[in-house]
Design a protein around this ligand. Structure first.
Ligand code: ATP
Ligand code: MG
Length: 564
């Protein structure tokens, strides 16, 4: 979405419009994005980021970035930093400091004490298995924990001693006293605090050995920050009664409204951070920013732009129904963006040497080429042409295989893009019969004009051998070979990894102008797709280019064929 365009409305924006009309929060809108720093952000998070920050922008409100950091053993500062980098890169600003739930540990503790004093929370000494057993199930009500009948004094004393590190992990938990027969299992005396020794929290160090649960921390953090609309994914719908119960039972005079929307699922990938962590930790991908990963860092390295990801989030919209989006939707967003923003260049990925025998040795001509076929504001560049050039092996056949083949054949003609018409006189082969080079001739009268009386239909790309920049080019395919790698609940999603997801091409030849590109720069290599220069180089100092996306949706075509 460009900034001039009005975002599409959705059911959440309708709620906000009504709240503004009725002056519910004095017309103010404050949202938040609450990631847990236990992994890198992925494209699903982008949906939530665009929603929360987008609403704040459009309603002239604000959006907090708040780290939900109550699980210190899985979190670390690398994730805290990468998340901030990715949100900024997507084009959003949380105004001032990033916030942490751990900033509120003392306040959260005090609210827990308040609940205990009001007889609405108690210390429970059941172990995890007993807690589960006592909880009952959908058809059987739960049983009371013995702790439920503790006096307020006993609970205060035990909770203080939990905090003072008198007990080992798991000895006690603090639970809300709600209803052990509630039809909603989340209301059967949920755990509010647990003991966790021996972890160093990335923000609070060793200050705490009790940590609040997400369901306790989240509503109170929202209320402390004066959030008006707390937007979360559908799996929290059943937690909303607890969200509301907590805010109704502590002395805080802010009660944000929790509204749920459906998660983004994308075909041919996984989105759970637990699974992405496994791929990284087991070396099944090259880290969180592997260009095949659905992470923001991976998409960035692949060559996606922030605008294309925002556009994607706008196109998929916000609803309450679960669905899985086709990869083609994401790809068409980046294609549409790069089609208008990327300079055109020539790159030969699978080079075949061509000697133009009637071209003087040592002579070089600088031909002029437009940087964009439609947009003149991109200007032009010079491309060198000489006696030796490279074309792609796929653009030559000894014998025309069919009528559709418009490229070069022996004794046939083809136009070099932005250059002359050449004719192939002979294909030279090695002892194994592999073609090693072509002997051609050029027609000097054909630069920018059609040869008289001859039909030359094909146009192929090429680069001057003397001036070309050698590079490694990486082509990517889906990370998984199944649309839903998670479909089989008993299976292992890793079994569906696509062995063909990365193709490395060595010895590619790029036109001279690409040699000056900086890391992160994106181009259309004509007829080959959109490519982005990687931050890394090969061991021998050659540039690496990642293919962002092909020029057309080949994948959809293949699917069509499979179905048809
Ligand atoms: P995961 O299952 O990947 O670990 P999570 O929900 O535990 O996801 P958080 O770091 O807690 O990850 O997510 C921060 C915010 O992003 C939450 O509000 C969450 O609802 C939202 N979010 C996470 N995944 C998606 C998704 N696939 N689609 C939309 N929003 C998402
Ligand atoms: Mg979470």
């Amino acid at each position: 979405m460009s900034s001039e365009e009005k975002p599409r409305s959705n059911f959440i924006r309708q709620v906000i419009d009504e709240d503004i009309a009725s002056n519910k929060h004095n017309g103010v809108v404050i949202t938040r994005f609450p990631p847990e720093p236990n992994g890198y952000l992925h494209i699903g998070h982008a949906k939530s980021i665009c929603l929360n920050f987008g609403i704040a922008q459009d309603y002239k409100g604000s959006c907090n970035l708040r780290f939900d950091d109550t699980n210190p053993h899985k979190e670390n500062i690398e994730f805290v930093e990468s998340i901030q980098q990715d949100v900024k890169w997507l084009g959003f600003d949380w105004g001032g400091q990033a916030l942490f739930s751990s900033d509120y540990f003392e306040k959260l503790h005090d609210y827990a004490v308040e609940l205990i004093k009001a007889g609405k929370a108690y210390v429970c000494d059941l172990n995890a298995e007993q807690v589960r057993e006592y909880r009952g199930n959908l058809t059987t009500p739960g049983k009371d924990s013995p702790g439920r009948s503790n006096s307020v004094e006993e609970n205060l004393d035990l909770f203080a001693r939990m905090r003072a590190a008198e007990f080992e992990d798991g000895k006690y938990v603090l639970r809300a006293k709600i209803d052990m027969a509630a039809p909603n299992m989340n209301m059967r005396d949920p755990t509010l605090y647990r003991i966790r020794h021996g972890v160093i929290h990335h923000q609070t160090g060793e200050e705490w050995c009790i940590y609040p649960m997400y369901d306790f921390t989240h509503p109170i953090s929202d209320a402390i920050e004066g959030i008006t609309h707390s937007l979360c994914t559908l799996e929290f719908e059943d937690h909303r009664p607890l969200y509301d119960w907590l805010l109704d039972n502590i002395s805080i005079d802010c009660h944000p409204q929790q509204i749920e929307f459906s998660r983004l699922n994308l075909e041919y990938t996984v989105m759970s951070k637990r699974k992405l962590t496994l791929l990284v930790d087991e070396g099944l991908v090259e880290g969180w920013s592997d260009p095949r990963m659905p992470t923001i860092a991976g998409l960035r390295r692949r060559g996606f732009t922030p605008a294309s990801i925002r556009d994607f989030c706008e196109r998929i919209g916000i609803t309450k129904s679960d669905n899985t989006v086709e990869m083609g939707v994401l790809e068409s967003c980046i294609r549409d963006d790069l089609n208008t923003t990327a300079m055109r260049r020539m790159a030969v990925l699978n080079p075949l040497k061509v000697i133009i025998e009637n071209y003087p040795e040592g002579q070089v001509e600088e031909l002029e080429a437009a940087n964009h076929p439609q947009d003149e504001s991109f200007g032009t560049r010079k491309i060198p042409f000489g006696r030796e050039i490279y074309i792609d092996r796929d653009d030559f056949m000894e014998v025309k295989p069919n009528k559709k083949f418009k490229r070069l054949v022996t004794d046939g003609e083809v136009r070099l893009r932005n250059g002359y018409v050449i004719r192939c006189d002979e294909a030279i082969k090695d002892a194994q019969g592999k073609i090693t080079e072509l002997r051609c001739s050029y027609d000097p009268a054909t630069l920018g004009v059609n040869p008289e009386g001859r039909k030359v239909k094909g146009v192929i790309h090429w680069v001057s051998a003397e001036h070309a920049v050698e590079a490694e080019v990486r082509l990517y395919d889906r990370l998984f070979s199944q649309a839903n790698p998670d479909a089989d609940k008993d299976g292992d999603f890793r079994e569906h990894l696509n062995d063909e997801s990365l193709h490395i091409l060595l010895g590619c030849q790029l036109e001279r102008a690409v040699g000056e590109a900086e890391a992160g720069e994106r181009f259309q290599f004509e007829r080959e797709g959109y490519f982005c220069k990687d931050e890394a180089q090969t061991a021998d100092g050659k540039p690496i280019f990642n293919r962002t996306v092909t020029l057309r949706d080949n994948w959809a075509k293949i699917e069509q064929q499979n179905k048809g």
